[in-house]
Design a protein around this ligand. Structure first.
Ligand SMILES: Cc1ncc(COP(=O)(O)O)c(C=O)c1O
Length: 380
C-alpha cells in the first residue's frame, strides 16, 4: 500500500541519530559545545561573522526586531504572503505592522511596492525569501533610507544564493538574517532557528537577550558567580541535542537542495502546458533552495474548487498545502490594525489560486511520478 505523500517532510538518517545520541550520552545536553559548533558552521556556510542559534524561527524574529531597540509606535514592513511570525515580530516590540503586496511572479515583496509604504515612521523592513527565492534585498536596502533596518526572513532560504553568488544569511545588505529549522524546512533540528549578523553590537545584545538578558562578561566582577541583567530577555536557547541534529543536517544541505531542484525540474517538465496551471518562477540569476513548489491553479477555468482538487489528491495519498493565507486577511490583523479585503490585491489574487505540491528530498522518483500523473489528471 502506498504511504501518504505529505507536502513537506524531513529526512533523518542514521548519521543524524548517531550525532544526537552522542550528545545525549555526553556531559552537556544544553549550553554545551555543540551549539557553538553549529553556529560556527552556519557562519562558515553563509559567510556571516556571527551566528546565534535560537529556539525556533519565531523566537529569532522576536529577538532580531527587539535587538534594534526601536521606539514604540514606529512601523515595520513585511510581506503579507508569509507565515504570521514575520509580522508578529513587529507587534511584540510595539511597532505597527505594515503589510506589503507581492510581485505576481516571484510572490515576494518588491521594491516599487515597498517604496510606496515607507514613511517617516518606518524603522525596519523584513523581506521574506518566500519558498526559497531571494528577494531583491540590495535594491530594498538602497531605497529604504538610513533610518530603516533590514532583517531578512530566510526561514525558507538556507542555501539560497543571490545573483552575485553570495549566500542568503551573509547579511551583505541587511542587519540580520533569521532561519527556521522546523521539520518541513530545508534542514531541521526538530524545532530551531538562528540569527546571523555582521554586527558585533547586535550579536552581543542578542546573545544576552537569548538568556534572559544576562551578561557574564562584566568588568570588576566581585567573583565568578556574578552576572548582570542589563536588558529584558527570554530563554530562547536551542539545546545541544537540537544543535547536533542541525549540524548533522547541515552536512547534507547541498545534497538536499540538489534533490529538491531535481524534483522541481521534473515537475516543471512534466506539468508544463496545462492551461490552468502556472508553474513556479525563479528570478534569473538567483539560486533558490526551493523550500516549496508553489503553483497557481485557475480553479474558475478548471471548473473545480480548490477543496475538490485537494480532496481528489488526498484520495491518491497526496498532500498539498496553501502558503499562505495573506496576513492582512487574518481576523487579528483586521481587528487590531484595520486591514480589510481589497487592501493588497496581488496577494489576494495569488491566495485564490495558490497550491503547494509535495517537495522534499526523501520523495522517491516513483512518488514524484505519481504526483505528476494525479495532478495532470485532476487538472485536465
Ligand atoms: C517565512 C517564515 N518565517 C518564520 C517562520 C517561523 O519559524 P518557526 O516555525 O521555526 O518558529 C516560519 C515558519 O513556518 C516561516 O515560514
Amino acid at each position: 500500500m502506498r504511504k501518504p505523500i505529505p507536502y513537506g517532510s524531513q529526512w533523518i538518517d542514521d548519521e543524524d541519530v548517531k550525532a544526537v545520541a552522542k550528545v545525549l550520552k555526553g556531559e552537556l545536553i544544553t549550553q554545551g559545545p555543540v551549539a557553538v559548533q553549529f553556529e560556527e558552521k552556519i557562519c562558515e556556510l553563509t559567510g556571516a561573522k556571527y551566528c546565534l542559534s535560537m529556539a525556533n524561527g519565531t523566537a529569532a524574529l522576536h529577538l532580531a526586531v527587539m535587538a534594534l531597540e526601536l521606539e514604540k509606535g514606529m512601523e515595520g514592513i513585511t510581506s503579507t504572503n508569509t507565515f504570521v511570525a514575520s509580522s508578529n515580530a513587529f507587534v511584540y516590540s510595539g511597532l505597527k505592522p505594515v503589510l506589503a503586496d507581492i510581485d505576481p511572479r516571484t510572490f515576494n515583496v518588491f521594491p516599487e511596492d515597498l517604496k510606496k509604504r515607507i514613511t517617516k515612521k518606518t524603522r525596519v523592513i523584513i523581506p521574506v525569501h518566500f519558498a526559497g527565492q531571494p528577494c531583491e534585498t540590495a535594491k530594498i536596502r538602497k531605497l529604504a533610507g538610513k533610518q530603516v533596518h533590514i532583517i531578512e526572513d530566510a526561514a525558507h532560504a538556507i542555501g539560497s544564493k543571490y545573483e552575485d553568488g553570495s549566500l542568503v544569511g551573509a547579511c551583505k545588505h541587511s542587519d540580520m538574517t533569521i532561519f527556521s529549522f522546523h521539520p518541513v524546512k530545508t534542514i531541521t533540528s526538530g524545532e530551531g532557528g538562528a540569527i546571523t549578523t555582521n554586527s558585533k553590537v547586535l550579536y552581543e545584545r542578542l546573545k544576552s537577550m537569548r538568556i534572559c538578558g544576562v551578561v557574564r562578561d562584566v568588568p570588576n566582577k566581585p567573583g565568578p558567580w556574578y552576572y548582570e541583567v542589563q536588558r529584558l530577555g527570554f530563554n530562547y536557547r536551542l539545546t545541544d541535542i537540537h544543535c547536533a541534529l542541525g549540524m548533522s543536517q547541515l552536512g547534507k544541505l547541498k545534497a538536499f537542495i540538489k534533490r529538491r531542484r531535481e524534483i522541481v525540474a521534473r515537475y516543471n517538465k512534466e506539468l508544463a502546458g496545462l492551461p490552468v496551471l502556472t508553474l513556479p518562477y525563479e528570478r534569473p540569476g538567483v539560486f533558490s533552495a526551493f523550500h516549496l513548489y508553489v503553483t497557481l491553479i485557475d480553479f474558475k477555468k478548471l471548473g473545480k474548487s480548490r477543496k475538490e482538487v485537494i480532496e481528489t489528491l488526498v484520495a491518491e495519498k497526496i498532500g498539498t498545502q496553501v502558503h499562505y493565507i495573506p496576513v492582512h486577511e487574518q481576523p487579528y490583523y483586521r481587528k487590531e490594525f484595520g486591514y480589510k479585503h481589497g487592501d493588497l490585491p496581488n496577494s489576494e489574487k495569488y491566495y485564490e489560486q495558490a497550491l503547494s505540491l509535495p517537495l522534499y528530498p526523501r520523495m522517491t522518483d516513483e512518488e514524484v511520478d505519481h504526483v505528476i500523473k494525479q495532478v495532470r489528471r485532476v487538472l485536465s
